[in-house]
Design a protein around this ligand. Structure first.
Ligand code: 8IG
Length: 281
């Protein structure tokens, strides 16, 4: 079923924004929440954050939502949740938590990659929080370190934009949201996130290249979602969990199990951090 919908989303006759509208209508009906304020995409290691933010109002299998494919990666949560959050200023916010994402490396093209963000925008969201697990280029960033994304290198050279959509990406990762995150945790470092296509991890030479180009982090997601979010007029906050030192930075080889372990170990701390940040957004 997920494949069928990914295919429909990819049909040249299909307008991806219409599918996003249909997805938003489905979410509004299923959750009973007509509009959401903030959306969060949970990447590797970030899975435990939703419950800490507030009351889970509704939980939907993501594959039931129009245009959403089944998650392909172990360690990702396959549900979409509506969370009622009492913010630090006492206001109530409805947070849409996307428990998984479609990665470009899954081979379904760019539309499924952007669909979560576009659905969030169609749900009324004004701020998009994109989290991920990634490799770090600095030995001082141990596994478990959270880094605020300040800019990115899209080394896939793909785009979620179609046609002559000349979207400005200056301050793509909204300074206002980065300031809010640093107010919650002043020790959060900032870095440039480089997206490789994957699914293989980088070679040490590719990691050195990324470093020369200005990258601090390497991963396989986030950049195209951020671009789609900007096109939709959303503020973007990018939070990376360094789950491993990038290839060649660490003397040992990378394993997906290690990545999951680092995520699990850091989980409670970063979940609390994410919940605190969302209460300020
Ligand atoms: I978690 O070292 C995780 N995701 N490209 N490189 C890339 N993606 C990643 C890495 C990494 N770790």
């Amino acid at each position: 079923m997920g494949m069928t919908r990914a295919y429909q989303l990819n049909d040249p006759q299909t307008d991806p924004f219409e599918v996003a509208k249909a997805a938003a209508a489905f979410i509004a009906t299923e959750t009973g929440v007509p509009r959401h304020d903030v959306a969060v995409t949970l990447g590797s290691g970030w899975g435990g954050a939703a419950e800490l933010m507030g009351e889970v109002v509704a939980e939907i299998p993501s594959a039931d939502i129009p245009g959403f494919a089944k998650p392909a990666v172990a360690g990702h949560v396959a549900t979409t949740r509506s969370i009622k959050v009492t913010k630090d200023d006492g206001a109530t916010a409805h947070v849409l938590v996307l428990g998984s994402r479609t990665h470009y490396y899954e081979g379904h093209g760019v539309r499924p990659v952007a669909h979560g963000v576009r659905t969030a925008a169609a749900c009324g969201v004004k701020a998009m929080v994109l989290t991920n697990g990634c490799g770090g280029l600095h030995v001082s960033w141990r596994p478990g370190q959270v880094v605020l994304i300040k800019d990115h290198l899209n080394l896939t050279f793909e785009t979620p934009l179609e046609g002559a959509a000349f979207v400005d990406l200056t301050d793509l990762y909204t300074p206002r949201l980065r300031d809010l995150a640093r107010a919650v945790d002043p020790t959060l470092p900032e870095g440039v996130y480089a997206q490789f296509r994957g699914p293989q991890y980088e070679t040490p030479a590719e990691v050195r290249m990324a470093g020369i180009l200005g990258a601090d982090l390497v991963g396989m997601s986030t950049t195209m979602e951020a671009v789609a979010a900007r096109q939709a007029g959303l503020e973007v906050l990018g939070l990376s969990l360094v789950t491993n030192l990038a290839a060649g930075i660490s003397p040992t080889a990378l394993s997906h199990e290690e990545v999951l372990e680092a995520g699990a170990a850091a989980g409670p701390v970063i979940s609390e951090l994410l919940a605190r940040i969302v209460r300020t957004v």
